[in-house]
Write a protein that binds this ligand. Structure first.
Ligand code: HEM
Length: 387
């Protein structure tokens, strides 16, 4: 899934250089990319990590995870071809990509229920406490998608409400579900980190995440008092990210330290966005895409790759190559923003972004190949990744 999602990103960059074949539209390619990354790459893998840690002997929700992967493929294809548009099926005209996306939500709810069942009555370890919150945020974030559909049905057009619903879904999905699931993966390995200071920071993050999503709504659309609440949430979240990065720095090695660097970069972005002037500056110079990828690619994906490198030791050189390419992708995003001096602009920036994404795609294929070969040779550790 990761390879296909990256290839879709490469295709987008190709589309910035020359018109895409088959009448494919750039925004639809972007939706296909982001949905596959969220639904087909990060979410199923986090669920596997949670389930294998909670119940190493009998991991739960395996079929649900396969169901998510099976759903992610048609969802990706439908977004690529039709985006959010309707598709004529006989007499009916249906928003097929949206319908398939909604099916994912039902599987998330089933996974959350399976998690509650599997952990019912268990002693709440630090990892479990954080995963309780992560799954609650997964369910809460999906409320944004239902709210958006309800607004369409009820013809609510208020630009603040409609944009806030989109960000409740997108931002709470990453800063709530992804972030807390990842914290749990770390805490399962390093439970001694659960000091009173980190506990307090985690509480702050849990309060901040469901408010900070409002920072994604353009400043001009947000009522000032709501903006200040969102800023408070953003600062709590940022503080927690920095706290975790500092606490984990001594525990982890190699590529995971890079993931912590990107976590601090994300926290810096959140702090800047918490000030209305900073958020307006970010909107003007177009920092949204680098900001998203610092965390989603630089932190979340790098940690997932590091966990899988442990399971497939022979993939380590390929994973280091992929992480190098990921750094190149991050660098290639900056010349596309207004932060880059205009005097140094030019078409080379599009070629650079395309080249970096292409190299990442080749490196991801290399990882996939080595993983496939290790599996065939039986050279992998099927044991749970975290103790
Ligand atoms: C090497 C890996 C990746 C490449 C080459 C890549 C490429 C891209 C490209 C070309 C865009 C469109 C940029 C634009 O609008 O100018 C994009 C947007 C986006 N990507 Fe990635 N990406 C990668 C990894 C990821 C990962 C791991 C995630 C999430 C887990 C992700 C989530 C997103 C999101 C949410 C957007 C914005 C979508 C929107 O605005 O509708 N990407 N990416």
């Amino acid at each position: 899934m990761f390879v296909v999602a990256i290839a879709t990103g490469v295709f987008y960059r190709y589309g910035m250089l020359t018109p895409l074949p088959g009448g494919l539209a750039l925004p639809n390619v972007r939706h296909a990319h982001s949905h596959l990354m969220y639904f087909g790459w990060v979410t199923p893998l986090l669920m596997v990590l949670i389930s294998e840690t909670v119940a190493p002997q009998r991991p739960f929700g395996r079929r649900l995870v396969w169901g998510l992967i099976a759903l992610a493929v048609p969802t990706w294809a439908l977004f690529l071809r039709y985006g959010y548009g309707v598709v004529a099926l006989g007499e009916a005209r249906l928003p097929l990509a949206t319908i398939f996306s909604s099916l994912h939500m039902l599987v998330w709810y089933a996974f959350a229920a399976a998690y509650v069942r599997a952990t019912w009555g268990m002693r709440r370890t630090p990892a479990l406490r954080v995963w309780d919150v992560a799954l609650a945020f997964l369910v809460l974030a999906s409320g944004g998608a239902w709210a958006r559909a309800a607004f369409v049905a009820l013809d609510v057009r208020d630009p603040f409400l409609t944009t806030a619903a989109v960000h409740l879904f997108l931002d709470l999905f990453s800063d709530g579900w992804f972030l807390f699931a990842l914290l749990g993966v770390w805490l399962a390995r390093f439970p001694a980190l659960w000091t009173p200071r980190l506990r307090l920071l985690t509480l702050g993050m849990a309060v901040g995440a469901p408010l900070a999503f409002l920072l994604g709504v353009p400043v001009a659309l947000t009522p000032p008092h709501v903006r200040w609440v969102a800023s408070g949430g953003g600062l709590l979240l940022a503080l927690g990210c920095v706290g975790y990065a500092l606490a984990l720095w001594r525990e982890v090695r190699g590529v995971e330290r890079l993931a912590l660097f990107f976590l601090v970069l994300k926290a810096t972005g959140l702090m800047v966005a918490s000030l209305p002037a900073g958020a307006m500056w970010g909107e003007q110079v177009g920092l949204r895409i680098p900001y998203l990828h610092w965390f989603l690619l630089g932190t979340v994906s790098v940690v997932l790759l590091a966990r899988y490198a442990e399971r497939f030791p022979s993939t380590q050189p390929a994973i280091r190559g992929l992480v190098g390419a990921i750094v190149l992708v991050q660098v290639s995003l900056l010349p596309l923003t207004g932060v880059w001096p205009a005097a140094l602009g030019g078409a080379w920036r599009l070629w650079f972004a395309f080249g970096a994404a292409f190299i990442a795609c080749v490196a991801a294929c290399w990882v996939w190949m080595t993983m496939w070969m290790s599996r065939r040779a039986g050279q992998y550790a099927p044991a749970p990744i975290a103790p």
